[in-house]
Write a new protein. Structure first.
Length: 301
């Protein structure tokens, strides 16, 4: 969605640093650029200013580089392996998108691609959070990306959607120490076979009502009429934007952050998957935890 804080794929995917990269990688690099800048982690030259050795990259994509893989197999079928280009072969790696983001910003923390169907985006956010909680990383860049091309459209059976979104995860104390502005707090996540089990494990309760539920029609229907979410305002992002696949969960997180930053009441619940899928995932986001910086507490940075 071109506009403030975004870019137009028709004009924003060119440039020297984007040469010899598949469309999904270029989309991801642009999204990561805006997210890192918004988080205050890049300087005037767009160089990363955080702890590069301890910053992870987690990408969610189900069909991101399928076009590169198909192109390579077609080349092998018609011209043999000698027909492959050394410049194009790296694009067939399943982790190429996360690799390019890490290379661009010299991020040397954990590097992971999640390709997990409809829950992939929410799962990627959970993996990034786990890296931080376990001490494997101090921060994480999470990117959800799916390109629009003929290969993806053929696999989906419908017109695909150019989708790229990125968010930055870090502990509240870390954000406060560098004067960053947090937008939301991840307080619960679960993945299970059905929605009822997911909601119970994600920490949903009557005491802390949900003000916004990001879910599709199938997910909402499976909740049941008598559920506490029955009267909650609901938005189905895919009904407005088209198929989002692996980018859905990360976009839901970004939408939740924007909603909470606007001063809205209640928490935000993001769910993906339903009765037609192999699993359902849920992510509960609450208003940001704002803590005084070390300088404000009278301590040294």
């Amino acid at each position: 969605m071109p506009g403030e804080g975004g870019f137009d794929p028709a004009t924003g995917l060119s440039g020297r640093e984007l040469r010899h990269k598949d469309r999904a990688s270029r989309l991801a690099l642009r999204a990561a650029e805006f997210a890192l800048h918004d988080a205050g982690l890049t300087d005037a030259d767009d160089a990363f200013t955080g702890a590069a050795d301890a910053t992870a990259v987690v990408v969610s994509t189900n069909l991101g580089n399928a076009d590169s893989v198909c192109e390579a197999t077609d080349t092998i079928a018609t011209a043999g392996v000698m027909g492959l280009s050394p410049l194009g072969l790296p694009q067939t790696s399943s982790n190429v998108i996360a690799g390019w983001v890490a290379i661009r910003y010299r991020l040397r923390g954990p590097n992971l691609t999640v390709c997990n169907g409809v829950t992939s985006g929410l799962d990627a956010l959970a993996w990034a959070r786990n890296f931080i909680v376990a001490g494997r990383a101090e921060a994480a860049v999470v990117v959800g990306v799916e390109p629009a091309n003929d290969v993806v459209t053929k696999v989906l059976g419908e017109q695909s959607t150019d989708a790229a979104v990125a968010v930055v995860l870090e502990p509240a104390d870390t954000a406060a120490s560098r004067g960053a502005r947090p937008r939301a707090t991840i307080t619960g996540y679960a993945r299970a076979r059905d929605l009822a089990a997911v909601l119970a494990c994600a920490g949903l309760s009557e005491e802390e009502p949900v003000g916004l539920w990001l879910a599709d029609e199938a997910g909402a229907a499976s909740a049941g009429e008598g559920h506490l979410l029955a009267a909650t305002r609901r938005i189905d992002l895919e009904s407005q934007l088209g198929p989002l696949a692996g980018a859905l969960g990360v976009l839901q997180c970004a939408a939740a952050a924007a909603h909470l930053e606007g001063g809205a009441n209640g928490n935000v619940l993001a769910t993906a998957g339903g009765p037609r899928d192999d699993a359902t995932a849920a992510l509960l986001l609450t208003p940001p935890v704002t803590r005084p910086s070390t300088q404000e507490r009278g301590q040294h940075p």
